[in-house]
Design a protein around this ligand. Sequence first.
Ligand code: BES
Ligand code: MN
Ligand code: MN
Length: 458
Amino acid sequence: MSDIKHIVDKNSERYLNELFALLRIPSVSADPKYKTDVLRMADAVKDSLVAAGAEKVEICPTPGYPIVYGEKIIDTNLPTVLVYGHYDVQPPDPLELWTSPPFEPVIRNGNIYARGSADDKGQVFMHVKAFELMLQNNLLPCNVKFMIEGEEEVGSSNLDNFLEANKERLKADCVLVSDTSMIANDIPSINTGLRGLSYVEVEVTGPNRDLHSGVYGGGVANPINVLCEMIASLKDSDLHISIPGFYDDVIELSQAERDALNSAPFEVEEYKRELKIGDVMGEKGYSTLERTATRPTLDVNGIWGGYTGEGAKTVLPSKAYAKISMRLVPNQSPDKITELFKKHFESIAPAGVKVEVRPHHGGWPVVTPTDSNEYRAAAKAMQTTFGKEPIPARGGGSIPIVASFEKILGLKTVLMGFGLDTDDIHSPDEHYGVFNYLKGIETIPYFFRYYAEMKQNG
Ligand code: BES
Ligand code: MN
Ligand code: MN
């Protein structure tokens, strides 16, 4: 057994217990009622970095939740890796669908169940423990900087300013992020792309007040009916998005790129079985892997209005609402897509209603290179600890800051995530494999070793 694996095994119980303490803090960034918990979480991240041996550890305020920074500079002539992650989590709702409470972590069947276990506290803490391991065992071969933020799940809107204001302090050679997933525990993969995002909320207003659905029904626009029709019209029968100009900037993949993507291990029958669906559904002409990683989407995330309580109330509502996300692919601009959506959505509203489109956060899509030192170091590290060469694979989720690292700091990112798509991130019963957590702690020191070697050898 390698020395590193031996150390991880010896400390595994402590690594788990320390992570559990962080998972008990409900650091939900979306809901102001958790504000003190989110701030408490920033303190806990700070303490963990200090305890692991980081220096200049600081809670950096922003107009929103703070960013926790820390570093260990061993020699300014050596390369520097900037580790990014987030300590905030998604809301745990609906609570009644959790088998055990979201902020009381437990291990069942080899998985750590808790909100944030995979996204992203478990993956952030792998880096803190790997750093501690490297320091204590004289295995740290280059400089490290940590930047752990608290607003990823709400769009990282204060991060660009932080990057702009801290260019010198954040100087590095690459960014290392563990906030994505692999294909399977025996099929390691490295994420080579993320989708972008445009997120909007729409409000449709009909009559000036709720009305009796018998007295007025049939005579005036029902904003819920209208909203449903408007949403339905956003895709044609091939499930192609029908907003004019929506696809204008999409970079189509070459047949060779599509073939490579589709050669990744994927069983559509297994996918259907696991999700308990009769069939998959998506844009005509594309495979499920393409639909979920390389094609843009439009999805309603929530829709409400009228009466939704117990029993029946005969009411013709005054208002209807929906939250809509559009996942974007290179080279679509989130601002441009938001604008196209707004213009189109307003234009299709019948005269009987008023429509308001309110933009939320957005983010640019990214593709990360596979010929960089950081990618090759990550691939070699995973090859070492999994015994298998990882497959490059594009992911469907978004991490808006990755585009900013390139744009503002000129840094490339490597997305070396250890989660699985089946971890139920953002869902009830989010979990993270104990295997994945410990494998991450074991793999990260190899990344540093190989990265330092590769940079040294040009
Ligand atoms: N870690 C996820 C993103 C992710 C998950 C990427 C799995 C690839 C595979 C991240 O925390 C996330 O949820 N991002 C949000 C972005 C948003 C709130 C701006 C997302 O993708 O919905
Ligand atoms: Mn995440
Ligand atoms: Mn997330």
